[in-house]
Write a protein that binds this ligand. Structure first.
Ligand code: ISL
Ligand code: CA
Length: 544
């Protein structure tokens, strides 16, 4: 394995529009992030991943870019961005930016030119097709709309979009497009950023001929098509390998075998990837399924590629609500999930607010929500005559807005996020769940994250240790080891709202263990652990 800085890193994701507002317009901004760098540094993280701040009409909260070379005014000026980068580096941290190149905004000049006429030089920068039998060229549905095709009256053709109508896909088969994207990547890398999170990267290649899908609802046909890895290898040759950076690909619907094609050391493509097997297959917690996925990914990548561990981000609801327990066991549950993410093989990511156990949200009306994915789906389903209340209820658990409510800094109005009216309501539980309270309490979730991150810095076993699940058949317990240069860590997790009996596995001698960390405060260093009644959401790590 090549040793590189990013393998030992912990990444903190900043969804800046919900992080901190400093000019009272109700939207977070880069100036706000600047003011909170010490807070992030004190957590102990190494890398900040910044969600897109490029100029955008903001239909998909910045994932519809209309100018890759400038920042949207609500985020801030390029001067503030330069200061932010410098201040991040001065604190010994690094910055990776979101790279959204599968599509642009429909307001990007490239698309305005492309759609202006069939003969325009940029016509082939996007994907245009004639109608088939008087309708869309095929039966595919997009992530955010009933069809991947939208009719353009002006030139009498359909254009292709994997996401919203306002997000036309770039035609990656066109070398001019690829060259323009590589030039833009160099522009940001030469400014000194430390890498990219590559958005929807599995979608760049489209299947030859756009054939109808046997099941249009199963949108996997959009991903992992022939030609994709040639594009990524070319991107690596043209750009990525010339910089000492971290590249993490967002690759939905990818198996470990497929994943290795993206991140195998011999592949010369990307360094690591977010796979979504858990998010795609586990609407709610299933310990058996989770352990099976973890073991398959470890065996699939073992020694050849690097995994990324996360449970939530700006697209997936808050982990303590979706996968843990956000009621009376919220604190131990948040700590247990963190223990898992930070001790499983791969780089751990922290999504803003996770470190204080922020939860999902439940607003009373669809009008309180912003997410284009949710709003489009609501309109589509209600448009089919379904009961609006039932549709609304069905969309609540996985609405991306669950993770996009403002960061909860303290118990003052708007949780200290803004002196204006926040672009999306603050979660009403901010009076109990906020940074100020967690910083005051020695045993808070924030303090626990600090300890986990400090442990990673001091113990290479958490980064490089071999992984072995010792609890494969147990529906509640997750017990595994990380082993590195003679040191063995035993991670013991009870992912249940009730006590679960634990027996020390064979090969471990009771009394020889040393307690590394526990999420209940009354666990003593010299406890005997041959037989334990693990309490709800109890997590412990022992060193043998
Ligand atoms: O959100 C998802 C499913 O509910 C994911 O599948 C997600 O839509 C997909 O993985 C791509 O996400 C990325 O690209 C989108 C953007 O809306 C997301 O915020 C971004 O993470 C289009 O750019
Ligand atoms: Ca602002």
């Amino acid at each position: 394995m090549v040793q590189t800085w990013w393998k030992e890193a912990v990444v903190y994701q900043v969804y800046w529009r919900s992080f901190m507002d400093t000019n009272g317009d109700g939207c977070g901004d880069l100036q706000g992030l600047l003011g909170k760098l010490d807070y992030i540094r004190d957590l102990g993280v190494d890398v900040i991943w910044l969600n897109p701040a490029y100029t955008s009409p903001d239909k998909d909260n910045g994932y519809d870019i209309s100018d890759y070379y400038s920042l949207m005014p609500k985020a801030g000026s390029m001067e503030i961005w330069e200061t932010l980068l410098s201040e991040i580096h001065q604190r010994g941290m690094k910055l990776i930016m979101d790279l959204v190149v599968n599509h642009t905004s429909d307001q990007h000049p490239w698309f305005l030119e492309s759609r202006s006429s069939r003969d325009h030089a940029k016509r082939d920068w996007y994907i245009w097709k004639d109608p088939k039998d008087g309708r869309e060229p095929n039966n595919w549905r997009s992530y955010f709309s009933p069809s991947t095709w939208t009719w353009d009256e002006q030139t009498g053709q359909y254009y292709f979009h994997s996401f919203a109508v306002e997000q036309p896909d770039l035609n990656w088969a066109n070398p001019e497009v690829r060259e323009a994207i590589y030039a833009m990547m160099r522009y940001w890398l030469e400014k000194g950023i430390d890498g990219f999170r590559l958005d929807a990267i599995a979608l760049l290649a489209k299947p030859e001929g756009y054939p109808d899908a046997s099941d249009p609802q199963d949108i996997r046909y959009l991903t992992n098509n022939p030609g994709l890895h040639e594009y990524l290898r070319e991107m690596n040759e043209q750009v990525l390998r010339h910089f000492d950076i971290l590249t993490v690909g967002e690759a939905a619907f990818v198996s470990p075998e497929e994943g290795l094609k993206y991140v195998g050391e011999d592949r010369q493509e990307l360094h690591t990837l977010f796979h979504f097997e858990v998010a795609d297959e586990m609407p709610s917690w299933d310990m058996l399924r989770f352990k099976e996925i973890q073991t398959r990914w470890y065996e699939g990548l073992q020694g050849k590629g690097w995994n990324s561990q996360f449970l939530n981000n700006h697209d997936h609801t808050r982990q303590v609500t979706r996968y843990g327990s956000d009621g009376k066991y919220r604190v131990p549950s948040a700590k247990l999930l963190a223990t898992m993410v930070h001790t499983l093989p791969g780089m751990p990511y922290i999504y803003q607010g996770e470190e204080i156990g922020m939860t999902g949200v439940r607003f009373p009306s669809i009008d309180d929500y912003d997410d284009i994915a949710m709003k489009n789906r609501y309109r589509e389903e209600v448009g089919k005559g379904r009961d609006p209340e039932a549709v609304f209820e069905s969309l609540l658990p996985l609405s991306r807005d669950n993770s996009r409510t403002p960061m909860q800094w303290d118990d003052s109005p708007n949780a200290g996020f803004s002196t204006g009216t926040p672009w999306i309501k603050v979660n009403p539980n901010y009076k109990e769940i906020n940074v100020k309270r967690d910083l005051e309490q020695p045993n808070s979730i924030y303090r626990y994250y600090q300890q986990l991150i400090a442990l990673r810095k001091a113990n290479k076993v958490m980064v490089y240790g071999d992984y072995l699940d010792l609890s494969a058949g147990d529906p509640h317990l997750y017990v595994y080891t990380r082993t590195w240069e003679g040191e063995r860590w035993l991670v013991i997790l009870n992912h249940a709202d009730h006590d679960t009996a634990f027996t020390l596995p064979d090969g471990f001698e009771d009394g020889k263990q040393e307690l590394v960390i526990a999420n209940y405060d009354d666990v003593h260093r010299d406890d005997r652990i041959a037989q334990l009644a693990l309490r709800p959401h109890e997590a412990r790590i022992y060193r043998f």
